[in-house]
Ligand binder design. Structure first.
Ligand code: GTP
Ligand code: MG
Length: 462
């Protein structure tokens, strides 16, 4: 018998309603002990007075809904109690549930039980987590697709095809004395080659999928006073960071989130980079350097109204091997440097300093807002997916991506072994691995249906 778990299903804090969820065999008994009601009809809302079991004190008026096993989210008896959303009250109700024999649920434990009871597969359970965590409409949409079983939908034909090939090779192993006939071996190689393309095609959507789910970390760096905090505020559309004309205003980093199109952006304002004897500022400078290394893209700000300084050059040099953009800010002021000047400076120095790439340069004014659209496009462009083959379904999870890549590698390796005329036994190892990796995405064990498939091709009596 599984123990009964309880948790608050809505966020902590004050709200109109707060929902407490119980799952397990003891749920219904706990529901009874909290109310004067003895029977709950499944899937009906019952308006009840919640009372403390040890006294007759009424705690709240609530709606109780009973989901009878196995027709519930977890597959067990589930009771949902919708109370008024007072943290004090909700705590009290949970305490009563605990006193009546429930225990606090671990994170994700309701979904885990749903998985254990076959109510959903692993990819679907992961989709629930992603849906709750999603930061944009696009990532929520992907999670819903995955939740509705689209993974199985995408992977099933691939798994079927892989199984077919496995069956042929297993049968050959069993019945054929010599090697596979050349024609059959050729056709198997072709079929496996197509499979590799299909698996790799799905895996390739991860670039776009990761982008809409996790987004990008974008760091603003530059020497003091070039307008990092001003640009930070302008991109967010709020006066979040302190801006003054005093160099060294920003001491600590500030993170804020916003979106560019469908892509969540975590924007980081940093302390201006310079040699300083000020203790606090130098810690800030050290942090800025670390942030640069961790960012998906670094925006190096320059002041368009001042000549390039040695500090600017040092900063540009330090991001040379990192993905970065050069932002020529304060472009509303009379220009001391222009995009054209900088481009030719880069070209001149191409042999030594900025040799690896022609940096993209964008002119902006944090003051007037000019160039901000262009900058936003330039930030996301290198990450946007060029591949349109995905029919809209995207792999968003690194675990799934890893399994797809490993699966494709195994199939590729098997093709190589076939080409070397290795025995079916050896070729099959990789194909079984590939199938297992695909099965791990949805969390199923494929062994049993594989056996059924294989034996169904055997003749009676064998
Ligand atoms: N004209 C003009 N002034 C700007 C622009 N961007 C920033 N400024 C001014 O430049 C000064 C410095 O701006 P900040 O945003 O504090 O600069 P910062 O790079 O964050 O500076 P530190 O935090 O000291 O490293 C302020 O007086 C801003 O008003 C711009 O695009 N045009
Ligand atoms: Mg600043």
């Amino acid at each position: 018998m599984s123990d009964t778990i309880v948790a608050l299903a809505t966020p902590t804090g004050r709200s109109g309603i707060g929902v407490i969820r119980l799952s397990g065999e003891g749920s219904i008994a706990i529901g009874r002990s909290l109310t004067s009601r003895q029977e709950f009809s499944p899937r009906y809302s019952h308006l009840v007075s919640l009372t403390h079991p040890s006294s007759t004190e009424v705690i709240d008026e609530a709606i109780v809904t009973y989901f009878k096993a196995p027709n519930s989210f977890t597959g067990e008896d589930v009771i949902e109690i919708s109370c008024h959303g007072s943290p004090v009250l909700l705590r009290q109700v949970i305490d009563v549930c605990l006193a009546q024999g429930a225990r606090m649920a671990h994170p994700g434990e309701f979904s885990l039980r749903a998985l254990a009871n076959g109510r959903m597969n692993l990819a679907e359970a992961e989709a629930i987590r992603d849906l709750i965590d999603s930061q944009t409409v696009a990532s929520a949409r992907q999670a819903v697709r995955q939740l509705r079983g689209e993974y199985s939908h995408q992977l099933q034909p691939i798994k079927d095809e892989l199984l077919d090939v496995i069956v042929i090779l297993e049968s050959a192993l069993e019945f054929v004395e010599d090697d596979l006939p050349e024609t059959q071996s050729e056709s198997i190689k072709l079929r496996l080659g197509d499979l590799v393309k299909e698996i790799e095609g799905i895996a390739a959507t991860f670039k776009a999928g990761k982008l809409i789910r996790d987004g990008l970390r974008v760091a603003l760096v530059g020497r003091p006073n070039v307008g990092k905090s001003s640009l930070f505020n302008a991109l967010l559309g709020s006066d979040r960071a302190i801006v003054t004309e005093i160099p060294g205003t920003t001491r600590d980093q500030i993170h804020e989130r916003f979106t560019i199109g469908d892509i969540p952006i975590s924007l980081i304002d940093t302390a201006g980079l310079r040699d300083t004897t000020d203790m606090v500022e130098s810690i800030g400078v050290e942090r800025s350097r670390r942030t640069m290394a961790d960012a998906d893209i670094v925006l190096v700000l320059l002041d368009a109204a001042e000549d390039l300084t040695a500090e600017d050059e040092q900063i540009i040099d330090s991001v040379r091997d990192l993905p970065h953009l050069i932002v020529l800010n304060k472009s509303d002021k009379p220009a001391a440097i222009s995009v054209a000047d900088l481009t030719s400076a880069f070209a001149r120095k191409a042999s030594n300093l900025w040799e690896t790439q022609t940096a993209l340069i964008v002119a902006t004014s944090a003051k007037t807002g000019s160039g901000l659209d262009h900058l936003q496009q330039a930030i996301v462009e290198p990450f946007a997916s060029q591949d349109a083959s995905s029919n809209g379904f995207l792999v968003t999870d690194a675990r799934h991506h890893d399994l797809l890549v490993r699966s494709a590698d195994e199939v590729l390796h098997s093709i190589e072994l076939l080409e070397q005329h290795q025995s079916e036994e050896i070729v099959l190892i990789g194909l079984h691995n590939a199938l297992r990796y695909l099965g791990e995405i949805t969390g199923e064990t494929t062994t049993e249906d594989m056996l059924t498939r294989i034996f169904s091709t055997f003749c009676i009596g064998k």
